[in-house]
Design a binder for this molecule. Structure first.
Ligand code: NAP
Ligand code: ZN
Length: 351
């Protein structure tokens, strides 16, 4: 076994605190990774506070992991000690169902294993995530990092990057299309950057007027303040696709009205409480579609990492020490993230 130091929520009402535990020693197909950085996703907060009602405690969140290979099992052929690698939201899946065969492990018919809170989809063992100094993962779920610097800012690609890249690819976003991104947080700011790099014309839709300038800097050509009815009315029927990253329940009709005929709004935000049900007339009059999307498969995550490296895309981050996590959660709840917190895991040595 390997001794690991991390940070855990012991229940949904208490701040995260230092937590010692053990990982398995690498099996033949396993890669042991020393974690350098871990991004802070809003899903970590939903889980640590048991907002989705399925948290196994103690809970060690974190699924935006960048680190270096420290050891490999005897059958590992994709990685060597010293390689720079990433781990995202999944660490296992059945590997034989039709979804896994298509490289869509996130839709594994037998339930993928999450990097943390892993037995929620079956199995007995709770998995512990990346708010820790190391992790052991089978090589099929380890990603190669080809960025060479700014590694802390690469970490958020492992969830925020793939969760926005995958729907943008699936709905064939590209040149000639006008694409709305709703919410400028961790996911949203990656969505703006990636949609722009794919060649689309990007419109940021935000509740925060003070994020307008950042929206334009990150790649949007236009910003709509969603709380301003005049701006919303002026943008009706103008968008081909909307990526909605908002982490709280809100009025979907106001956003659906921005879609052109046959346009799609894809939800990736996963609020604890449901959105008010949309009005069917928002959909049927212009044959609009409302859809959802879950992270992305391993092959697509590698494709996204390579795409971002090629286009010079990383996350805009605020680096925090591990002990800053509870303050970071509070700021996240206030929409005060510019635009992703990333934990410097070297700080764990002080805890
Ligand atoms: P985040 O950094 O907190 O950003 C969420 C953004 O939503 C905020 O910055 C804010 O943007 C907007 N917002 C928040 N509360 C709002 C409200 N009451 N009304 C309107 N807008 C509000 O969170 P994140 O890490 O990007 O995650 C976003 C959501 O996606 C979370 O629910 C998370 O669990 C989920 N998620 C889903 C997947 C998936 O696979 N589908 C993967 C990862 C995360 P503005 O200030 O610009 O309005
Ligand atoms: Zn996430």
């Amino acid at each position: 076994m390997i001794k690991t130091r991390g940070y855990a929520a012991l229940n949904g009402d208490q701040p995260l605190q230092p937590f010692d535990f053990e990982r398995r020693a690498p099996a033949p197909q396993d890669v042991q990774i020393d974690i350098l950085y871990c991004g802070v996703c809003h899903s970590d907060l939903h889980t640590a506070r048991n907002e989705w009602g399925n948290t196994l405690f103690p809970s060690v969140p974190g699924h935006e992991i960048v680190g270096r290979v420290a050891a490999i099992g005897s059958a590992v052929d994709k990685f060597q000690v010293g390689d720079l690698v990433g781990v995202g939201c999944m660490i296992d899946s059945c590997q034989h169902c039709p979804s896994c065969a298509e490289g869509l492990e996130q839709f594994c018919d037998n339930g993928f294993t999450g990097t943390y809170n892993g037995s929620a989809f079956g199995g007995q063992e709770n998995t512990y995530g990346g708010y820790a100094n190391n992790i052991v993962v089978r090589q099929e779920f380890v990603l190669k990092i080809s960025h060479t610097d700014n590694l802390a800012a690469v970490a958020p690609l492992l969830c925020a990057g793939i969760t926005t890249y995958s729907p943008l690819r699936h709905w064939s976003v590209g040149p000639g299309q006008k694409v709305g991104v709703v919410g400028l947080g961790g996911l949203g700011h990656m969505g703006v950057k990636i949609a722009r790099a794919m060649g689309a014309q990007v419109v940021l839709i935000t509740t925060s007027p003070d994020k307008s300038a950042d929206g334009l800097r990150l790649g949007a050509e236009e910003v709509i303040i969603s709380t301003d009815p005049q701006q919303m009315a002026a943008a009706r029927n103008s968008l081909d696709f909307i990526l909605n990253t908002v982490a709280a329940p809100h009025d979907l009709d106001a956003l659906l009205a921005l879609l052109k005929r046959d346009g799609t709004m894809t939800l990736v935000g996963a609020p604890a409480d449901p959105h008010p049900a949309p009005d069917v007339f928002s959909l049927i009059f212009k044959r609009r579609k409302l859809a959802g999307s879950l992270i992305g498969g391993i092959q697509e995550t590698q494709e996204m990492l390579d795409f971002c490296a090629e286009h010079g895309i990383v996350s805009d981050i605020e680096l925090i020490p591990m002990e800053g996590i509870n303050d970071a959660y509070e700021r996240m709840l206030q929409g005060d993230v510019r635009y992703r917190f990333v934990i410097d895991m070297a700080s764990l040595a002080n805890n």
